[in-house]
Design a protein around this ligand. Structure first.
Ligand code: NAD
Length: 306
């Protein structure tokens, strides 16, 4: 899209961090902002910032993981504006927990928000873009969608999927005047570390501290998103660690993954010396007994009973 001014821009997760900064950046370019978030007060704060600068904005309390709510939201935007041009599928959460100990409800929640939220946002707003004759979909992935992150299997699963979804959709929409971009930030100073469920509390404290100290400002991501919409870029990398790991992964994929796993596991052990011990103890006690200690007849019986 060459022009953002006067275009209708929908941003999910607009009540904080990257979503807020992107909403403000799009409003500064003259877009009409449609904000969505589950957190009403955060979203209203973003709306106040936009309105104070003279922008046009509306707020919609929506859970992106709720298919019907997202469908209704798109219908509401169609009723209000007739069409939509830009959708930034940004709302997301993180859960830090080792897969072996994790519960599947948490895994499902991450998939519902981080992946299905992106799919619903694209699916229900795409007809409004086709109606407008032009559009751009921006999906927020992560550095965790480029290289694996131990302790974040559910998060990584969704972020790799968002990248695959975005590239597939971009290919399908080529020639229809609708672009698709996947965005891969590294560490950004937002609320995500605080808002994430982190089972290891020592780790959460350190993460919050690290994000505050070393995280880059969300405006950095926002400005790159605006530029990507204007120049129809397939992929946006943000922060030096993302560029570095992306290059490493392309040139030596196995080595890059092994290095990252070692680094992350050592990092966690340095924060919490108990890390890994619990799992080792668990897997020792859970080791199967030798086959010879189980009488052949009883095995046959239980097989028959099953
Ligand atoms: N901060 C980082 O370092 C970083 C790095 C890579 C990727 N990301 C991604 O960027 C996106 C934005 O995260 P952020 O860092 O700004 O975090 P944040 O916690 O500051 O903001 C996330 C926003 O999403 C909203 N949200 C959460 N669940 C929702 C739901 N079900 N429906 C609607 N809104 C919901 C929250 O209320 C919040 O306003 C996420 O997809 C995240 O995975 C962040």
């Amino acid at each position: 899209m060459k022009t953002i001014a006067d275009r209708i821009a929908v941003v999910t997760g607009a009540g904080s961090g990257i979503g807020r900064a992107t909403s403000v950046a799009l409003a500064e370019r003259g877009a009409v902002l449609v904000l969505a978030d589950i957190d009403q007060s955060g979203m209203e704060e973003t709306a106040r910032m936009i309105a104070a600068a003279g922008g046009m904005v509306s707020c919609h309390q929506v859970n992106v993981a709720d298919q019907e709510a997202m469908k209704t939201f798109a219908a509401e935007v169609e009723r209000l504006h007739g069409r939509a041009h830009i959708v930034v599928n940004n709302a997301g959460i993180g859960i830090l927990d080792d897969f072996v100990d994790s519960n599947l409800d948490d895994f499902r929640k991450v998939v519902d928000i981080n992946l299905w939220g992106v799919v619903y946002g694209s699916k229900f707003f795409l007809p409004l873009m086709l109606k407008a004759g032009e559009g751009h979909i921006v999906n927020i992935s992560s550095l965790a969608g480029i290289i694996s992150t131990p302790g974040m299997v559910s998060y990584g699963t969704t972020k790799f999927a968002v990248r695959g979804f975005s590239e597939s959709l971009r290919a399908e929409l080529a020639g229809r005047n609708i672009g698709v971009t996947s965005v891969h930030p590294g560490m950004i100073r937002t609320n995500i570390a605080k808002a994430s469920k982190v089972v290891d509390t020592a780790l959460q404290g350190r993460m919050v501290e690290w994000f505050e100290r070393y995280g880059r400002p969300p405006s950095l991501v926002a400005n790159k998103i605006v530029a990507a919409i204007e120049s129809n870029r397939m992929r946006v990398l943000v922060t030096p660690e993302t560029y570095l790991m992306d290059a490493f992964k392309r040139t030596a994929p196995t080595l890059a993954e092994a290095f990252n796993a070692q680094f992350m596991n050592r990092f966690r052990k340095a924060i919490n010396p108990q890390y890994g011990n619990r799992q080792a103890a668990k897997s020792d006690s859970g080791r199967p007994k030798k086959a010879a200690s189980v009488p052949a007849s009883s095995t046959e019986k239980s097989d028959l009973a099953a």
